[in-house]
Design a protein around this ligand. Structure first.
Ligand code: ADP
Ligand code: MG
Length: 412
């Protein structure tokens, strides 16, 4: 579904034109880039689809929180967390009888890296670059989640003999160029070569306005977009991940348009929570009245990634009461999901504490495309748990902790 949407430039332009105007400095810039670049022959996306588990009577259901189409992180660390929990569960001092089958294996790191390796080989076979060819990981200059990234880098080197170069957008302006054949090249101070070609541009930055402090970073991004390198993700795929597209998908017929198989579209739709447009083109009066009457039942989401941007409760109310209609159009309103809570033990900074937690399950998806051939597969999981008293905030914000699923008979 996400690939089919990314292919449909007209749909993206129509759906996002107002949002681009309402958020000109970020969504607007990406939107202009979309209009100025063509899709590449090979495409790669490493996505993560995040869910809460809810309970209705005796049945449990998945409710999608969001789709992440750029820089979906923690494949490395979540694979390690599963190993850690499997290791500890076998320890003689473990108080609970846990069998290994209750702790499902997690191959997120291997499978995501495999997707990169497959697309890298496709690039080499197709364009036969004359220079040694590397994968470029675009990173934030003050990146803190480095170990998760190093794990992918090591896996690509150890298992696939692929070199990864990590650089920020601002480094790329001075170190990179596009050659006559469209290949993106880099100055490289490695032992074997002082210039390399880039097969895949894997973005672990570029998804928030702060990643573009000046025009320099935007021009680096534009240079990458115009090259033949496989962008993971393309700007189109990055825009598929906007909250606006996710809201529009909840409208009747939209998922079905991209997933014609009824069993598929029903399965995807069954995970959706209600989402509402705040566009000036739609009649939003009833939506706003509904949210103001019961703000605790909704989440107000801007076109941002990375946690900590959503508005809840009084803040949601105040924002809806004071924003102009055109400011409002940069947001979507989502039904608030009430996930099941579990008593658990959280370890942070070497201290442990008991807490009532909610867990968000992320399922990684790899999508590799060459011409009309699409290969998509699920690629392991991430579980993040946090005290149920927190509205928002992820692992990087210090609110949630890395976790792994434990399969149990319910109720426990
Ligand atoms: P971001 O792109 O910033 O990660 P999310 O949509 O994932 O945006 O929202 C951040 C966090 O806010 C989620 O991890 C979740 O804890 C909470 N959240 C988001 N949407 C909902 C919702 N509909 N109901 C309840 N909590 C939500
Ligand atoms: Mg999120």
């Amino acid at each position: 579904m996400v690939h089919a949407i990314a292919q449909n430039q007209e749909y993206l332009e129509q759906t996002l034109s107002e949002t681009a105007q309402a958020d000109p400095d970020f969504t607007g810039r990406l939107f202009t880039m979309l209009q100025n670049t063509k899709p590449t022959d090979i495409q790669l996306a490493l996505c993560r689809y995040d869910y809460f588990i809810t309970q209705k009577d005796d049945a449990h259901e998945l409710r999608m929180v969001e789709m992440n189409c750029i820089s979906a992180s923690f494949a490395g660390l979540s694979s390690k967390t599963t190993e850690l929990h499997r290791h500890l569960s076998k320890h003689p001092s473990c108080e609970f009888p846990i069998s290994q089958t209750q702790l499902p294996e997690n191959d997120a790191l291997a499978r995501l890296s495999n997707g990169i390796a497959v697309a890298h080989q496709m690039f080499i076979d197709r364009y036969k670059p004359s220079l040694p060819t590397v994968v470029l990981m675009v990173i934030q200059p003050d990146e803190r989640n480095v170990f998760d990234q190093y794990m992918i880098q090591s896996e690509l080197w150890n298992t696939h003999n692929i070199t990864v170069v990590r650089l920020s957008l601002s480094n790329l302006c001075t170190n990179g160029w596009v050659d006559d054949t469209g290949i993106f090249c880099l100055k490289h101070d490695g032992v074997s070569a002082d210039e390399v070609a880039v097969s895949i541009v894997y973005f672990r930055a570029g998804y928030v306005p702060d990643d573009y402090p000046s025009e320099k970073e935007w021009s680096a991004r534009e240079m990458l977009e115009k090259s033949r390198a496989v962008k993971c993700p393309s700007v189109a795929m990055q825009l598929v991940g906007t909250k606006k597209i996710q809201q529009v998908l909840d409208k009747e017929g939209q998922v079905e348009r991209f997933l014609p198989d009824k069993a598929d579209s029903d399965a995807v739709r069954s995970t959706f929570a209600g989402q509402y447009s705040l566009s000036m083109k739609d009649d939003v009066e009833q939506t706003i009245r509904m949210a103001l009457e019961r703000p605790e039942n909704f989440v107000l989401k801007p076109q941002r990634e990375g946690g900590g941007n959503n508005l809840y409760g009084d803040n949601l109310k105040k924002a809806l009461e004071t924003m102009t209609p055109s400011q409002r159009a940069a947001y979507v309103l989502m039904e608030r999901i009430s996930p099941v809570t579990v008593e658990n033990v959280v370890v942070r900074n070497g201290e442990h504490e008991r807490a009532t937690v909610v867990s968000e399950l992320g399922i990684f998806g790899v999508h590799v495309v060459e011409d009309d051939q699409v290969v998509s597969y699920a690629a392991g999981a991430l579980l993040r748990s946090k005290a149920s008293s927190h509205d928002d905030g992820g692992v990087a914000a210090g609110v949630a902790v890395l976790d792994s699923p434990l399969l149990v008979e319910w109720p426990m």
